[in-house]
Write a protein that binds this ligand. Sequence first.
Ligand SMILES: [Zn+2]
Length: 397
Amino acid sequence: MSRYRLHPSPAQEAALMEHCGQARYVWNLAVEQHAHWRPGRTPAPGFTEQCRQLTEARAASPWLAAGSIIVQQQALKDFRQAMANFFGTTHRRPRWRRRGRGEGFRIVAVKPGDVRRLSRKVGQVRIPKVGWVRFRWSRPVEEAKSFRVTRDAAGRWHVAFAIIPEPIPAPGTGAVVGVDRGVVVSAALSTGEPLTVPTLSPGQKKRLVRLQRALARARSGSKRRAKVKTAIARLKAREGDRRKNWVEQTSTDLARRFDVIGIEDLKISAMVRSAKGSITAPGRNVRQKAGLNRGILASGWGRLAARLEHKAPGRVWKIDPRYTSQTCNACKHVARESRESQALFSCVACGHRDHADVNAAKNLRDTAAGYAVAARGGSPLGGPANREPQRDLLLVG
Ligand SMILES: [Zn+2]
């Protein structure tokens, strides 16, 4: 991802903090409105209604009115995306934001003239109500439609430009692949290849445990504590960067190798599936799944799906995942009992055995292939009917 170190002047930093404070304020209002919502109750206010309420709030509050409407509206949009991710089971429920933690805001409708280079290592980005802020030109900067400004726990500022990657040409071989969000591995391809999201190295993991112990011992408010916290934040940032690189490489590789890509439709999975391989009452086994999938939740599955759609537009099919893990790819018999364990699929009807995630990926592949054929038969220009519009919100964060 294209993240750059931002170097605001003290005055600019104060203005950036105002943006952060207002984004946090608006976000927290949205969290409160949705806090009591449960399935089956009347819906909490949606985005449009929230925007109307924001207009009212700005009329009543000089503090909000003095701030940037873009920042405040985007906070609502971020919240909407966070709720979608929550329903998509890729993320936890959006939580209350505390001062100094995960601070940031987003600017949209960025024009090419809003980013410029001053010298070899210095660039500037125009931020509404703040002005031109310098950043370190550590890598080439591609044209972006939006960017996010964040302040990490160590007090460092960054700007991340959301770039929609160029589509990658299809290989034209007719190759189709299914990608299943795995339990045993991060994801499995229908080709049998496992995809494993990189995490910290064993040495780094040890170091993290040591730091966390040190943090528990450090007196609150002490210099030592602040130092340990910064070190932990750095390690976690490194892990995040590694994961982002993995998503970029994996999505490019898949878009290059396959004409058609089948993935789970996360929105559908939200409503019906509790734990993987179970379609019992929604909500059951959610805890267990959270434990099982913590690593995968963190692994940026949503990001991978979004990137695939950018790099292979019109070639990605989102598939109802309800039965993919229980259907035998050989004989199509559907039985929960066939899912012998987390790792193994063993068909109760025909005896076909496969890696459970690979079996599911093959089902996704076959369904995607069917959709692609139907679309070609329907209209020569027809792309996937269930394709999502591009959502730049998924790109950074
Ligand atoms: Zn079978």
